[in-house]
Write a protein that binds this ligand. Structure first.
Ligand SMILES: [Zn+2]
Length: 500
Protein backbone atom coordinates (compact mmCIF):
# COMPACT_ATOMS: atom_id res chain seq x y z
CA UNK A 1 0.00 0.00 0.00
CA UNK A 2 2.67 2.41 1.03
CA UNK A 3 4.63 1.57 -2.01
CA UNK A 4 1.66 2.25 -4.18
CA UNK A 5 1.05 5.60 -2.55
CA UNK A 6 4.66 6.50 -3.08
CA UNK A 7 4.34 5.46 -6.66
CA UNK A 8 1.17 7.48 -7.10
CA UNK A 9 2.91 10.48 -5.68
CA UNK A 10 5.67 10.05 -8.19
CA UNK A 11 3.12 9.73 -10.98
CA UNK A 12 1.39 12.89 -9.79
CA UNK A 13 4.61 14.84 -9.68
CA UNK A 14 5.47 13.57 -13.10
CA UNK A 15 2.06 14.57 -14.44
CA UNK A 16 2.21 17.92 -12.76
CA UNK A 17 5.42 18.73 -14.57
CA UNK A 18 3.73 17.82 -17.85
CA UNK A 19 0.37 19.39 -17.05
CA UNK A 20 1.96 22.76 -17.72
CA UNK A 21 -0.19 25.21 -19.60
CA UNK A 22 1.48 23.96 -22.80
CA UNK A 23 -0.88 21.00 -22.91
CA UNK A 24 -3.82 23.41 -23.11
CA UNK A 25 -2.39 25.34 -26.02
CA UNK A 26 -4.36 24.98 -29.26
CA UNK A 27 -1.38 23.35 -31.02
CA UNK A 28 -1.86 20.40 -28.70
CA UNK A 29 -5.56 20.19 -29.57
CA UNK A 30 -4.89 19.74 -33.29
CA UNK A 31 -6.74 16.79 -34.74
CA UNK A 32 -4.94 14.13 -36.72
CA UNK A 33 -8.04 13.75 -38.88
CA UNK A 34 -7.99 17.36 -40.03
CA UNK A 35 -4.26 17.38 -40.77
CA UNK A 36 -4.63 14.12 -42.65
CA UNK A 37 -7.45 15.39 -44.84
CA UNK A 38 -5.45 18.55 -45.61
CA UNK A 39 -2.41 16.57 -46.67
CA UNK A 40 -4.52 14.10 -48.66
CA UNK A 41 -5.82 17.08 -50.66
CA UNK A 42 -2.55 19.02 -51.03
CA UNK A 43 -0.75 15.88 -52.24
CA UNK A 44 -3.66 14.46 -54.23
CA UNK A 45 -3.35 13.48 -57.88
CA UNK A 46 -5.90 16.20 -58.61
CA UNK A 47 -3.27 18.86 -57.87
CA UNK A 48 -0.90 17.16 -60.30
CA UNK A 49 2.35 17.76 -58.47
CA UNK A 50 1.77 21.50 -57.86
CA UNK A 51 4.35 22.71 -60.33
CA UNK A 52 4.90 26.48 -60.09
CA UNK A 53 2.52 28.32 -62.35
CA UNK A 54 0.32 25.25 -62.95
CA UNK A 55 -3.40 24.94 -62.32
CA UNK A 56 -2.77 22.37 -59.59
CA UNK A 57 -0.46 24.76 -57.80
CA UNK A 58 -3.07 27.54 -58.00
CA UNK A 59 -5.58 25.12 -56.42
CA UNK A 60 -3.17 24.52 -53.55
CA UNK A 61 -2.76 28.29 -53.07
CA UNK A 62 -6.51 28.68 -53.02
CA UNK A 63 -6.87 25.94 -50.43
CA UNK A 64 -4.28 27.54 -48.15
CA UNK A 65 -5.89 30.97 -48.42
CA UNK A 66 -9.38 29.53 -47.69
CA UNK A 67 -7.99 27.90 -44.56
CA UNK A 68 -6.32 31.14 -43.47
CA UNK A 69 -9.68 32.86 -43.93
CA UNK A 70 -11.58 30.17 -42.02
CA UNK A 71 -9.13 30.39 -39.12
CA UNK A 72 -9.45 34.16 -38.94
CA UNK A 73 -5.91 35.03 -40.04
CA UNK A 74 -5.52 38.73 -40.95
CA UNK A 75 -4.61 39.74 -44.49
CA UNK A 76 -1.30 41.54 -44.98
CA UNK A 77 -1.48 45.32 -44.65
CA UNK A 78 -3.53 47.00 -47.31
CA UNK A 79 -4.27 43.80 -49.23
CA UNK A 80 -7.72 42.46 -50.02
CA UNK A 81 -6.47 38.90 -50.37
CA UNK A 82 -3.77 36.63 -48.96
CA UNK A 83 -2.04 36.44 -52.33
CA UNK A 84 1.24 38.07 -53.24
CA UNK A 85 1.24 37.89 -57.02
CA UNK A 86 4.54 37.07 -58.70
CA UNK A 87 5.26 37.37 -62.40
CA UNK A 88 7.46 34.58 -63.71
CA UNK A 89 8.89 33.85 -67.11
CA UNK A 90 8.80 30.29 -68.37
CA UNK A 91 11.86 29.94 -70.54
CA UNK A 92 12.65 27.36 -73.17
CA UNK A 93 16.27 27.08 -74.31
CA UNK A 94 17.04 27.65 -78.00
CA UNK A 95 16.36 24.64 -80.18
CA UNK A 96 19.66 25.27 -81.92
CA UNK A 97 22.81 27.30 -81.33
CA UNK A 98 26.49 27.32 -82.22
CA UNK A 99 29.39 29.52 -81.18
CA UNK A 100 32.72 29.48 -82.98
CA UNK A 101 35.73 31.15 -81.40
CA UNK A 102 38.80 30.97 -83.62
CA UNK A 103 38.63 27.35 -84.66
CA UNK A 104 36.91 26.06 -81.53
CA UNK A 105 33.22 25.23 -81.70
CA UNK A 106 30.68 25.18 -78.90
CA UNK A 107 27.29 23.64 -79.51
CA UNK A 108 24.14 24.62 -77.62
CA UNK A 109 23.20 21.97 -75.04
CA UNK A 110 26.67 20.43 -75.08
CA UNK A 111 29.62 22.73 -74.53
CA UNK A 112 27.45 25.87 -74.60
CA UNK A 113 24.36 26.84 -72.64
CA UNK A 114 22.61 29.94 -73.92
CA UNK A 115 21.02 31.86 -71.05
CA UNK A 116 19.57 34.88 -72.79
CA UNK A 117 18.65 36.40 -76.12
CA UNK A 118 16.36 36.02 -79.09
CA UNK A 119 17.37 34.65 -82.51
CA UNK A 120 20.78 36.04 -83.57
CA UNK A 121 23.48 35.75 -86.23
CA UNK A 122 26.65 37.45 -84.97
CA UNK A 123 30.05 37.79 -86.61
CA UNK A 124 32.48 40.03 -84.77
CA UNK A 125 35.61 40.07 -82.62
CA UNK A 126 35.95 38.70 -79.12
CA UNK A 127 37.18 40.77 -76.17
CA UNK A 128 38.39 39.44 -72.86
CA UNK A 129 37.15 41.48 -69.84
CA UNK A 130 38.38 39.56 -66.77
CA UNK A 131 35.23 39.07 -64.64
CA UNK A 132 33.28 41.79 -66.49
CA UNK A 133 32.75 43.21 -63.02
CA UNK A 134 32.40 46.74 -61.68
CA UNK A 135 32.75 47.67 -58.02
CA UNK A 136 33.38 51.38 -57.72
CA UNK A 137 33.98 51.30 -53.98
CA UNK A 138 36.70 48.71 -54.42
CA UNK A 139 38.09 50.60 -57.41
CA UNK A 140 37.30 47.75 -59.78
CA UNK A 141 36.16 48.31 -63.35
CA UNK A 142 36.95 45.43 -65.68
CA UNK A 143 35.61 47.42 -68.66
CA UNK A 144 38.03 50.30 -68.15
CA UNK A 145 40.24 50.87 -71.16
CA UNK A 146 38.43 48.28 -73.23
CA UNK A 147 36.49 48.99 -76.39
CA UNK A 148 33.73 46.39 -76.39
CA UNK A 149 31.39 48.21 -78.77
CA UNK A 150 29.83 45.80 -81.26
CA UNK A 151 31.91 42.97 -79.82
CA UNK A 152 31.29 39.88 -77.72
CA UNK A 153 32.69 40.01 -74.19
CA UNK A 154 34.30 36.86 -72.78
CA UNK A 155 34.56 36.78 -68.99
CA UNK A 156 35.52 34.67 -66.00
CA UNK A 157 32.67 33.50 -63.74
CA UNK A 158 31.50 35.49 -60.70
CA UNK A 159 33.52 38.43 -59.46
CA UNK A 160 37.07 38.15 -58.21
CA UNK A 161 35.90 37.64 -54.65
CA UNK A 162 33.61 34.71 -55.13
CA UNK A 163 33.57 31.56 -57.13
CA UNK A 164 30.41 30.26 -55.51
CA UNK A 165 28.50 28.71 -58.46
CA UNK A 166 25.09 29.89 -57.27
CA UNK A 167 26.35 33.43 -56.85
CA UNK A 168 28.18 33.32 -60.17
CA UNK A 169 24.94 32.34 -61.81
CA UNK A 170 23.06 35.14 -60.03
CA UNK A 171 25.66 37.73 -60.99
CA UNK A 172 25.26 37.00 -64.69
CA UNK A 173 22.28 39.32 -65.08
CA UNK A 174 24.22 42.27 -63.68
CA UNK A 175 27.23 41.56 -65.88
CA UNK A 176 24.98 41.30 -68.89
CA UNK A 177 23.65 44.74 -68.07
CA UNK A 178 27.12 46.26 -67.78
CA UNK A 179 28.30 44.61 -70.99
CA UNK A 180 25.22 45.95 -72.78
CA UNK A 181 25.68 49.46 -71.36
CA UNK A 182 29.25 49.46 -72.68
CA UNK A 183 27.98 48.66 -76.16
CA UNK A 184 28.80 44.95 -76.36
CA UNK A 185 26.44 42.68 -78.29
CA UNK A 186 27.00 39.53 -76.29
CA UNK A 187 28.45 38.12 -73.07
CA UNK A 188 30.03 34.69 -72.83
CA UNK A 189 31.08 33.40 -69.42
CA UNK A 190 33.71 30.71 -69.01
CA UNK A 191 32.65 27.77 -66.92
CA UNK A 192 35.63 27.66 -64.61
CA UNK A 193 33.68 26.63 -61.53
CA UNK A 194 34.20 23.78 -59.14
CA UNK A 195 30.80 22.12 -59.57
CA UNK A 196 30.25 19.74 -62.47
CA UNK A 197 29.15 21.33 -65.75
CA UNK A 198 26.35 18.76 -65.75
CA UNK A 199 24.49 20.66 -63.02
CA UNK A 200 24.28 23.77 -65.17
CA UNK A 201 23.56 21.63 -68.21
CA UNK A 202 20.64 19.88 -66.50
CA UNK A 203 19.16 23.15 -65.38
CA UNK A 204 19.74 25.25 -68.47
CA UNK A 205 18.99 22.76 -71.21
CA UNK A 206 15.36 22.23 -70.23
CA UNK A 207 12.36 24.44 -69.57
CA UNK A 208 12.90 26.62 -66.52
CA UNK A 209 11.23 29.36 -64.59
CA UNK A 210 12.76 32.71 -63.70
CA UNK A 211 11.45 35.74 -61.99
CA UNK A 212 10.42 38.35 -64.49
CA UNK A 213 12.60 41.33 -63.64
CA UNK A 214 10.69 44.54 -63.05
CA UNK A 215 13.03 46.56 -65.18
CA UNK A 216 12.53 43.90 -67.80
CA UNK A 217 13.02 45.38 -71.24
CA UNK A 218 13.07 44.23 -74.78
CA UNK A 219 16.75 45.17 -75.05
CA UNK A 220 17.65 42.89 -72.13
CA UNK A 221 15.58 40.17 -73.63
CA UNK A 222 17.47 40.27 -76.91
CA UNK A 223 21.00 40.52 -75.57
CA UNK A 224 22.92 37.30 -76.19
CA UNK A 225 24.53 35.57 -73.21
CA UNK A 226 25.84 32.07 -72.64
CA UNK A 227 28.12 29.86 -70.60
CA UNK A 228 30.74 27.80 -72.39
CA UNK A 229 32.81 24.88 -71.19
CA UNK A 230 36.26 24.92 -72.74
CA UNK A 231 38.15 21.79 -73.65
CA UNK A 232 41.31 23.84 -73.78
CA UNK A 233 41.99 27.40 -72.77
CA UNK A 234 43.66 28.01 -76.13
CA UNK A 235 41.25 30.28 -77.99
CA UNK A 236 40.38 32.19 -74.85
CA UNK A 237 44.08 32.38 -74.03
CA UNK A 238 44.62 34.24 -77.29
CA UNK A 239 42.01 36.87 -76.55
CA UNK A 240 43.33 37.14 -73.00
CA UNK A 241 46.65 38.15 -74.55
CA UNK A 242 44.83 40.77 -76.60
CA UNK A 243 45.02 38.99 -79.97
CA UNK A 244 42.19 39.60 -82.40
CA UNK A 245 40.06 36.49 -82.60
CA UNK A 246 36.85 36.17 -84.61
CA UNK A 247 33.69 34.93 -82.96
CA UNK A 248 30.54 33.86 -84.73
CA UNK A 249 27.27 32.97 -83.06
CA UNK A 250 24.11 31.44 -84.38
CA UNK A 251 21.10 30.94 -82.13
CA UNK A 252 17.40 30.32 -82.74
CA UNK A 253 16.80 32.18 -79.48
CA UNK A 254 15.11 31.52 -76.19
CA UNK A 255 11.34 31.25 -76.10
CA UNK A 256 9.69 33.07 -73.24
CA UNK A 257 6.14 32.94 -71.84
CA UNK A 258 4.86 34.96 -68.92
CA UNK A 259 3.41 32.90 -66.07
CA UNK A 260 1.76 34.01 -62.83
CA UNK A 261 2.01 32.43 -59.45
CA UNK A 262 1.50 33.54 -55.86
CA UNK A 263 2.88 33.38 -52.37
CA UNK A 264 0.10 33.06 -49.78
CA UNK A 265 0.65 35.34 -46.78
CA UNK A 266 -1.27 36.09 -43.60
CA UNK A 267 -0.64 37.94 -40.35
CA UNK A 268 -1.33 37.13 -36.70
CA UNK A 269 -0.88 40.25 -34.56
CA UNK A 270 1.05 39.62 -31.36
CA UNK A 271 -0.37 40.20 -27.88
CA UNK A 272 2.51 41.98 -26.18
CA UNK A 273 2.35 45.77 -26.41
CA UNK A 274 6.05 46.03 -27.24
CA UNK A 275 6.99 42.68 -28.75
CA UNK A 276 4.16 42.74 -31.27
CA UNK A 277 6.25 45.22 -33.27
CA UNK A 278 8.60 42.31 -33.97
CA UNK A 279 7.54 39.61 -36.43
CA UNK A 280 8.38 35.94 -36.63
CA UNK A 281 8.17 34.75 -40.22
CA UNK A 282 6.94 31.17 -40.57
CA UNK A 283 7.45 29.80 -44.07
CA UNK A 284 6.84 26.62 -46.01
CA UNK A 285 6.86 26.11 -49.76
CA UNK A 286 3.73 24.56 -51.24
CA UNK A 287 4.90 24.03 -54.81
CA UNK A 288 6.41 20.81 -56.08
CA UNK A 289 7.76 19.53 -59.38
CA UNK A 290 4.77 18.43 -61.44
CA UNK A 291 4.02 15.46 -63.64
CA UNK A 292 5.94 13.08 -65.88
CA UNK A 293 9.13 14.40 -67.41
CA UNK A 294 8.74 17.73 -65.57
CA UNK A 295 9.64 15.87 -62.37
CA UNK A 296 13.09 14.87 -63.52
CA UNK A 297 12.81 11.43 -61.89
CA UNK A 298 11.57 8.00 -62.94
CA UNK A 299 7.85 7.57 -63.57
CA UNK A 300 5.48 5.11 -65.16
CA UNK A 301 2.22 5.38 -67.02
CA UNK A 302 0.34 4.18 -63.92
CA UNK A 303 2.06 6.68 -61.66
CA UNK A 304 3.46 9.80 -63.22
CA UNK A 305 2.47 12.37 -60.59
CA UNK A 306 5.07 13.72 -58.21
CA UNK A 307 2.65 14.25 -55.31
CA UNK A 308 5.14 15.81 -52.92
CA UNK A 309 3.40 14.63 -49.75
CA UNK A 310 6.61 14.96 -47.74
CA UNK A 311 8.12 17.68 -49.93
CA UNK A 312 6.50 19.88 -48.91
CA UNK A 313 2.94 18.82 -48.22
CA UNK A 314 3.91 18.14 -44.61
CA UNK A 315 5.40 21.60 -44.17
CA UNK A 316 2.39 23.23 -45.81
CA UNK A 317 0.06 21.44 -43.40
CA UNK A 318 2.31 22.45 -40.48
CA UNK A 319 2.07 26.09 -41.61
CA UNK A 320 -1.74 25.87 -41.70
CA UNK A 321 -1.63 24.26 -38.25
CA UNK A 322 0.30 27.29 -37.02
CA UNK A 323 -2.33 29.56 -38.60
CA UNK A 324 -5.09 27.73 -36.77
CA UNK A 325 -3.38 27.57 -33.38
CA UNK A 326 -2.07 31.15 -33.43
CA UNK A 327 -5.37 32.63 -34.56
CA UNK A 328 -6.96 31.15 -31.42
CA UNK A 329 -4.10 31.93 -29.06
CA UNK A 330 -1.57 34.38 -30.52
CA UNK A 331 1.96 34.59 -29.14
CA UNK A 332 3.58 37.77 -27.84
CA UNK A 333 5.35 38.65 -31.07
CA UNK A 334 3.42 39.00 -34.31
CA UNK A 335 3.60 36.21 -36.85
CA UNK A 336 3.77 36.26 -40.64
CA UNK A 337 2.55 33.04 -42.24
CA UNK A 338 4.09 32.62 -45.67
CA UNK A 339 3.37 29.74 -48.03
CA UNK A 340 5.97 30.10 -50.77
CA UNK A 341 5.76 29.28 -54.45
CA UNK A 342 8.69 28.47 -56.73
CA UNK A 343 10.96 26.79 -54.18
CA UNK A 344 11.67 23.86 -56.45
CA UNK A 345 12.59 26.32 -59.21
CA UNK A 346 15.32 27.89 -57.09
CA UNK A 347 13.64 29.38 -54.00
CA UNK A 348 12.03 32.00 -56.23
CA UNK A 349 8.92 32.74 -54.15
CA UNK A 350 10.87 33.40 -50.98
CA UNK A 351 13.43 35.46 -52.90
CA UNK A 352 10.58 37.54 -54.29
CA UNK A 353 9.14 38.02 -50.81
CA UNK A 354 12.56 38.97 -49.45
CA UNK A 355 12.82 41.62 -52.18
CA UNK A 356 9.18 42.75 -51.71
CA UNK A 357 8.40 42.07 -48.04
CA UNK A 358 4.81 42.61 -46.86
CA UNK A 359 6.16 43.57 -43.43
CA UNK A 360 9.49 45.46 -43.37
CA UNK A 361 12.41 43.06 -43.02
CA UNK A 362 13.79 45.35 -40.33
CA UNK A 363 10.85 44.24 -38.16
CA UNK A 364 11.18 40.60 -39.15
CA UNK A 365 13.34 39.19 -36.40
CA UNK A 366 13.34 35.49 -37.25
CA UNK A 367 12.42 32.99 -39.94
CA UNK A 368 11.38 29.48 -39.01
CA UNK A 369 11.07 27.60 -42.28
CA UNK A 370 9.75 24.09 -42.59
CA UNK A 371 10.74 21.92 -45.53
CA UNK A 372 12.37 18.57 -45.87
CA UNK A 373 13.22 15.61 -48.02
CA UNK A 374 11.18 13.27 -45.81
CA UNK A 375 11.69 11.32 -42.58
CA UNK A 376 13.39 8.10 -41.61
CA UNK A 377 13.22 8.32 -37.82
CA UNK A 378 9.97 9.23 -36.10
CA UNK A 379 11.69 9.77 -32.77
CA UNK A 380 13.20 12.94 -34.23
CA UNK A 381 12.65 16.28 -35.78
CA UNK A 382 15.63 17.72 -37.65
CA UNK A 383 17.04 21.21 -37.58
CA UNK A 384 19.02 22.60 -40.48
CA UNK A 385 21.09 25.50 -39.21
CA UNK A 386 21.52 24.15 -35.69
CA UNK A 387 23.63 26.42 -33.50
CA UNK A 388 23.50 29.30 -35.96
CA UNK A 389 20.89 31.22 -33.93
CA UNK A 390 19.99 31.60 -30.25
CA UNK A 391 16.80 29.51 -30.60
CA UNK A 392 18.22 26.06 -29.81
CA UNK A 393 16.76 26.10 -26.28
CA UNK A 394 13.21 26.69 -27.56
CA UNK A 395 13.54 24.01 -30.22
CA UNK A 396 14.77 21.48 -27.65
CA UNK A 397 12.05 22.45 -25.19
CA UNK A 398 9.35 21.93 -27.82
CA UNK A 399 10.85 18.64 -28.96
CA UNK A 400 11.13 17.25 -25.46
CA UNK A 401 7.52 18.20 -24.69
CA UNK A 402 6.66 15.80 -27.51
CA UNK A 403 9.23 13.17 -26.55
CA UNK A 404 11.16 13.92 -29.71
CA UNK A 405 14.89 14.13 -30.14
CA UNK A 406 16.52 16.80 -32.28
CA UNK A 407 18.74 15.72 -35.17
CA UNK A 408 21.19 18.59 -35.38
CA UNK A 409 22.28 19.38 -38.93
CA UNK A 410 22.27 15.86 -40.34
CA UNK A 411 24.21 15.56 -43.62
CA UNK A 412 26.19 18.81 -43.32
CA UNK A 413 28.00 18.06 -46.60
CA UNK A 414 24.66 18.39 -48.45
CA UNK A 415 24.61 22.09 -47.59
CA UNK A 416 20.87 21.85 -46.90
CA UNK A 417 20.80 25.28 -45.25
CA UNK A 418 21.23 26.88 -48.66
CA UNK A 419 18.72 24.59 -50.36
CA UNK A 420 15.43 25.83 -48.98
CA UNK A 421 13.56 29.10 -48.50
CA UNK A 422 15.28 30.02 -45.23
CA UNK A 423 18.32 30.99 -47.31
CA UNK A 424 16.39 33.81 -49.02
CA UNK A 425 15.83 35.45 -45.64
CA UNK A 426 19.26 34.61 -44.23
CA UNK A 427 20.83 36.40 -47.21
CA UNK A 428 18.92 39.50 -46.10
CA UNK A 429 20.22 39.17 -42.56
CA UNK A 430 17.09 37.66 -40.98
CA UNK A 431 18.17 34.90 -38.56
CA UNK A 432 16.74 31.74 -40.09
CA UNK A 433 16.61 27.98 -39.60
CA UNK A 434 14.74 25.08 -41.14
CA UNK A 435 12.73 22.53 -39.18
CA UNK A 436 12.34 19.28 -41.09
CA UNK A 437 10.62 15.99 -40.37
CA UNK A 438 13.00 13.63 -38.57
CA UNK A 439 15.86 12.26 -40.55
CA UNK A 440 19.28 11.37 -39.24
CA UNK A 441 20.93 10.77 -42.61
CA UNK A 442 19.98 10.76 -46.28
CA UNK A 443 19.56 7.00 -46.63
CA UNK A 444 17.58 4.68 -48.89
CA UNK A 445 14.38 5.36 -46.97
CA UNK A 446 14.72 9.08 -47.79
CA UNK A 447 15.66 8.62 -51.44
CA UNK A 448 12.79 6.17 -51.93
CA UNK A 449 10.46 9.20 -51.73
CA UNK A 450 12.56 12.32 -52.23
CA UNK A 451 11.48 13.87 -55.56
CA UNK A 452 9.96 10.51 -56.55
CA UNK A 453 6.44 9.61 -57.67
CA UNK A 454 6.31 7.39 -54.56
CA UNK A 455 5.98 10.49 -52.33
CA UNK A 456 2.23 9.79 -52.05
CA UNK A 457 -0.10 10.79 -49.20
CA UNK A 458 -0.99 7.10 -48.65
CA UNK A 459 2.59 6.45 -47.52
CA UNK A 460 2.53 9.00 -44.68
CA UNK A 461 2.40 8.07 -40.99
CA UNK A 462 -0.33 10.45 -39.82
CA UNK A 463 0.42 10.04 -36.13
CA UNK A 464 3.86 11.35 -36.95
CA UNK A 465 2.40 14.18 -39.03
CA UNK A 466 0.47 15.28 -35.95
CA UNK A 467 3.58 15.15 -33.75
CA UNK A 468 5.59 16.99 -36.37
CA UNK A 469 2.97 19.76 -36.64
CA UNK A 470 2.81 20.02 -32.84
CA UNK A 471 6.57 20.46 -32.69
CA UNK A 472 6.67 23.06 -35.46
CA UNK A 473 3.91 25.19 -33.97
CA UNK A 474 5.10 24.88 -30.39
CA UNK A 475 8.69 25.73 -31.40
CA UNK A 476 7.38 28.77 -33.26
CA UNK A 477 5.37 29.83 -30.23
CA UNK A 478 8.29 29.51 -27.83
CA UNK A 479 10.47 31.56 -30.17
CA UNK A 480 7.72 34.16 -30.64
CA UNK A 481 7.29 34.41 -26.85
CA UNK A 482 10.99 34.38 -26.02
CA UNK A 483 12.16 37.35 -23.96
CA UNK A 484 15.47 37.64 -25.74
CA UNK A 485 15.30 38.78 -29.37
CA UNK A 486 16.15 36.01 -31.84
CA UNK A 487 19.61 36.55 -33.29
CA UNK A 488 22.42 34.99 -35.27
CA UNK A 489 25.15 33.32 -33.31
CA UNK A 490 27.97 35.90 -33.29
CA UNK A 491 30.28 35.36 -36.23
CA UNK A 492 27.73 33.59 -38.41
CA UNK A 493 28.32 34.19 -42.10
CA UNK A 494 24.94 35.95 -42.41
CA UNK A 495 25.27 38.06 -39.28
CA UNK A 496 26.36 41.11 -41.27
CA UNK A 497 23.96 40.60 -44.17
CA UNK A 498 21.55 43.51 -44.52
CA UNK A 499 17.99 44.16 -45.58
CA UNK A 500 18.79 46.51 -48.42
ZN1 LIG B 1 11.07 21.08 -50.47
Amino acid sequence: MKKLIALLAVVCVFEASFAQPAANLPEFQLQKQELQSQLMYIASDELAGRRTGSEGEAMAADFISKNFEAYGVAKPNGQDSYFQKIPFARILPPAEGMLTLGDERFEQGNAMLITNGGPVEIKTTAVFAKHAWIDEQAGVNDFEGLDVRGKVVFALPGNRESKNPYQAFQESAQKRKWAMEHGAIGLVELYRLRVPWQFFQNYLSKERLEMLAEEYQEADQNFFSAWIREDSAQAVGRIEKGETVQVSIHSTGLVLHEVQSVNVAGIIPGTDEKLKEEYILLSAHFDHIGVGKQGGGAYTEQDSIFNGARDNGMGTVALMAAAKAFAVHPPKRSVILLACTGEEMGMLGSAYYAAHPLVPLAKTVFNLNTDGAGYNDKEYISIIGWGRTNTGGEIEQAASALNLKVAKDPEPQQNLFERSDNISFARKGVPAIDLSPGFTEMDEEIFKYYHQVADNPESIDYDYLLTFCNSFVYSARLIADKAEKPAWTPGDKFEKATHD
